[in-house]
Ligand binder design. Structure first.
Ligand code: 5GP
Ligand code: ZN
Length: 117
């Protein structure tokens, strides 16, 4: 399961061969600022191993998924998002998913509407 893909942008970001602005790093996840932020705080939390998207997750990924959510909470605390934050996994074309390496969007610092656009 401990795989990376040489052609994958977020695998390259995790490896450090593509630069990023680090927000949080743990043994299993890496978090960095989105290059095109949709909110004052817009951070992407990714597993260090390559997983395509949330639809590829199974029971064996339970711990990883929890770690991604714990990372999001820590980031929210670091960023002072006391009013709350939004977590998003995009899956597939209709969602606008553009990078095929699992990433949790952590958005905050402004009010969001529901449903999203
Ligand atoms: P998706 O649309 O797949 O859910 O989200 C992909 C996100 O990755 C987008 O919000 C996009 O701005 C961000 N992104 C794409 N390329 C890069 C990059 O090279 N560096 C960083 N930091 N973010 C990126
Ligand atoms: Zn990857």
């Amino acid at each position: 399961m401990a795989t990376t893909r040489p052609e994958c942008l977020f695998c390259a970001i995790v490896a450090g061969t593509v630069p990023s602005t680090e927000v949080l790093a743990t043994e299993s996840v890496y978090a960095f600022r989105d290059i095109n932020p949709g909110a004052p705080t817009h951070v992407l939390v990714v597993p260090r191993t390559h997983v395509t998207d949330a639809a590829a997750l199974g029971p064996e990924h339970g711990e990883l998924l929890a770690e991604m959510c714990v990372a999001a909470r820590t980031i929210a605390q670091q960023e002072g998002l006391s009013g709350g934050y939004r977590l998003v996994f995009n899956v597939g074309e209709d969602s606008g998913n553009s990078v095929p390496h699992l990433h949790l969007h952590v958005l905050g610092g402004r009010r969001f509407t529901w449903p999203p656009g």
